[in-house]
Design a protein. Structure first.
Length: 438
């Protein structure tokens, strides 16, 4: 507690004071705080078998005290309070990082959807531009265009070369070739080179046209936007929003340790695959893992599969869409609790907090009596099948009671054509006498 930071405050104060809020711009601060806290030790081992409530109480007591007040405690109490505070701080920083990630992904998805809506509004302009661009490219490669003229000229020059080489033995020595062609070998080779240059010029004319229209990347981007509009695929636009955050998202995935709360690890396996290919810069990555098995993307929606799988590239994923899909799925699974963050509190593995079956069996009888599912002494032989039957019986009885009471229920109306029920607006009967001021 005696060691001090550059601002003169103790390290104990730094332990109490959390990093700035879990916003994207504060990622570096949170990451540094995580590293510093982890260097203090593995607090999960310190807190093993200590009740969660006791940890929370001790951490709160430490947080409410300052360094001078803490000195008044006995040494063993000081250690206990600081250990609990450190444990809570390590959990909170992981909570902040996970929250930051899920919020950022949600923001990017919202922007991708807004971009899709903007594309809808600007669709006519984009389509007309693409049609004009494509018409220009066609003119360059159609009959009479510079590309076709170059191809025809190159073909004629190639024919001259072949004619001059007609009857030449492929295995003839160089001096014999020179003698038989009367010294025409060099002009022949030169003519062939010219033909290749003309052909290259024809392709160059097309390439130049595309560059003048904004370049291949811009043309592909416009085409993808139109495709997104027609397919209602905001998913293909998400990477454009995530692009600048890509490195930070991968850094965060490396900082936190994730675990599945069920047997389904498909999202985490896909994340591991994306991280293995983090350094890739090409458009595609392999669809197979290190063991040669195809990466399972069954968790993905149909739209995501359309974006990730290119039918012309068997066994490959479109890299940028695969990464965006994985980040989206990870954020959703963190939100729903299907993926947990090891050492976190808010994103902890809920399955580890459940009572053991032996404890449940010991308390089950009393619980069932309390909630009205069993009478006293009837808990012997209770099982899942019986529990389900009880619930079904209660639901059936409740539905029968609702049906029987329908004729007298003036507030409930069922449309005779659609069968859709609705409630009439409730009208107040006025203020009760007991509620009126005296």
């Amino acid at each position: 507690m005696e060691e001090r930071d550059s601002d003169g405050t103790t390290l104990f104060n730094r332990l109490k004071k959390p990093a700035k809020g879990p916003t994207w711009s504060h990622f570096k601060n949170l990451a540094k705080r995580l590293d510093w806290l982890d260097e203090l030790g593995d607090t999960s081992l310190w807190m093993e078998s200590v009740a969660t409530g006791k940890i929370t109480d001790f951490a709160g007591e430490a947080d409410a005290a300052d360094a001078s007040e803490l000195r008044d405690y006995a040494l063993i109490k000081q250690i206990a309070l600081i250990a609990c505070l450190t444990h809570k701080a390590r959990m909170r920083v992981r909570d902040d990082l996970a929250t930051m990630f899920t919020k950022r992904v949600a923001t990017k998805i919202k922007r991708a959807k807004e971009e899709l809506e903007a594309i809808r509004l600007a669709e006519r302009e984009i389509v007309e531009a693409l049609i004009g661009n494509y018409r220009t490219v066609l003119k360059n490669i159609d009959d009479g265009g510079p590309a076709q003229e170059a191809v025809q000229k190159a073909a004629a020059m190639t024919a001259e070369v072949r004619e001059s080489l007609d009857g030449l033995d492929d295995e003839a020595p160089v001096d014999e070739v020179a003698q038989r062609l009367g010294g025409k070998v060099s002009p022949t080779v030169l003519a062939m080179a010219k033909a290749l240059l003309v052909q290259a010029g024809g392709l160059g004319a097309v390439t130049k046209t595309v560059e003048e229209l904004g370049g291949f990347d811009q043309q592909y981007e416009q085409i993808e936007k139109v495709s997104a509009h027609h397919g209602n695929l905001w998913e293909v636009l998400l990477y454009g929003q995530i692009g600048r955050d890509r490195a930070v998202m991968f850094d965060l995935a490396e900082k936190l340790e994730f675990t599945a709360t069920s047997d389904d690890r498909t999202v985490l396996d896909a994340l591991a695959h994306a991280m293995r290919h983090q350094g890739a810069r090409g458009e595609y990555i392999t669809a197979f893992d290190e063991e040669g098995k195809e990466v399972d993307i069954s968790f993905a929606t149909q739209n995501w599969r359309k974006a990730v799988v290119d039918k012309t590239r068997t066994g490959q994923f479109v890299r940028k869409h695969f990464e965006a899909m994985v980040f989206t799925a990870l954020a959703e699974e963190l939100r729903t609790g299907d993926v947990a963050v090891v050492g976190s509190e808010e994103y902890a593995d809920w399955s580890q907090q459940l009572l053991g079956w032996e404890v449940v069996k010991e308390r089950l009888g009393t619980y069932l009596v309390e909630v009205g599912l069993c009478e006293e002494g009837e808990t012997d032989g209770f099982d899942a099948a019986r529990f389900r039957r009880q619930l079904e019986d209660k639901l059936t009885a409740a539905a029968a009671a609702a049906d029987a009471g329908y004729p007298d229920n003036e507030g409930l109306v069922i449309d005779p054509e659609t069968g859709i029920p609705s409630l009439k607006p409730h009208r107040s009967e006025g203020q009760r006498p007991s509620a009126r001021p005296s």
